[in-house]
Design a protein around this ligand. Structure first.
Ligand code: ADP
Ligand code: MG
Length: 240
């Protein structure tokens, strides 16, 4: 579904990704972890075409992803993205947040988009909040709206970049529960997260990054019980 082959990226002279290769099958849930500044967000952004890369190749199925490519806008709708800070449109209602791209990008009718939005709001337990604005919701509720918004586009892959890092601790689980359900339904998911409980429950694979490189990628059982690198061992000691 997603394949990176020897991807390198520079911000000016600073190399943020070093020869990264990883391959993700349909239905797999892959957790990316590693210290702050190790290149996790950069990697996710290059996969979604939000950041250019200079070397290597990234494929979404048979399509090559490049930030400058002509059909990126269409490709981007096939790949849902959820960020740490929700990134909802503050001046739109929750319902409008979920319908706008369906109408403007996918060309769905207002009634079709509304029906889809209501189904997904129900799914994340927020059907009663459709007419509110994001600012009236808690962080956990806003992040669930962001997930529902991404799902409205019928993505084939979902990318999450630290979706619970900005949340108060008591709201983390309501977001993880939505993600766990999605994983169990077979969604292909790439998740940057330090929630190792989530990784233990649903990850098929854990990828550990350090200083722009993919240091190891293992079955979750192996990663937690016998990490191969010293850096991964140090990292796990700190966060577990
Ligand atoms: P992570 O998500 O693992 O914390 P990032 O991908 O955000 O790491 O960042 C990796 C490295 O690239 C960091 O050293 C960061 O300072 C640098 N970096 C990230 N974004 C930019 C940017 N837009 N311009 C310059 N350097 C950047
Ligand atoms: Mg990051």
């Amino acid at each position: 579904m997603i394949e990176l082959k020897n991807v390198s990226k520079w911000y000016g002279k600073f190399q943020a990704l070093k020869n990264c290769s990883v391959s993700i099958q349909k239905g797999e849930v892959v957790v990316f972890c590693g210290p702050s500044g190790s290149g996790k967000s950069t990697l996710i952004k290059t996969i979604n075409g939000l950041e250019p890369y200079q070397e290597g190749e990234i494929y979404f199925k048979t399509h090559q992803i490049s930030a400058n490519g002509g059909d990126m806008n269409l490709l981007r709708t096939r790949i849902g993205m959820v960020f740490q800070h929700f990134e909802l449109f503050p001046h739109l209602t929750v319902l409008e947040n979920l319908t706008i791209a369906q109408e403007k990008v996918l060309g769905r009718s207002k009634s079709e988009a509304t029906e889809k939005a209501q189904t997904l709001l129900k799914r994340v337990g927020l059907q009663a909040h459709a007419e509110k604005h994001p600012g009236q919701l808690s962080g956990g509720q806003q992040q669930r709206v962001a997930i529902a918004r991404a799902l409205c586009m019928d993505p084939e892959v979902m990318l999450f970049d630290e979706p619970t890092s900005a949340l108060d601790p008591e709201m983390v689980n309501e977001v993880l529960d939505v993600m766990i359900e999605l994983a169990r339904e077979g969604m292909t998911m790439l998740c940057v997260t330090h929630e190792m409980g989530f990784a233990r429950q649903v990850a098929d694979k854990v990828v550990f990054m350090d200083a722009g490189a993919i240091v190891e990628q293992s079955d979750k059982k192996d990663f937690f019980t016998q990490p191969k690198s010293e850096r991964a061992r140090d990292f796990l000691e700190k966060i577990l």
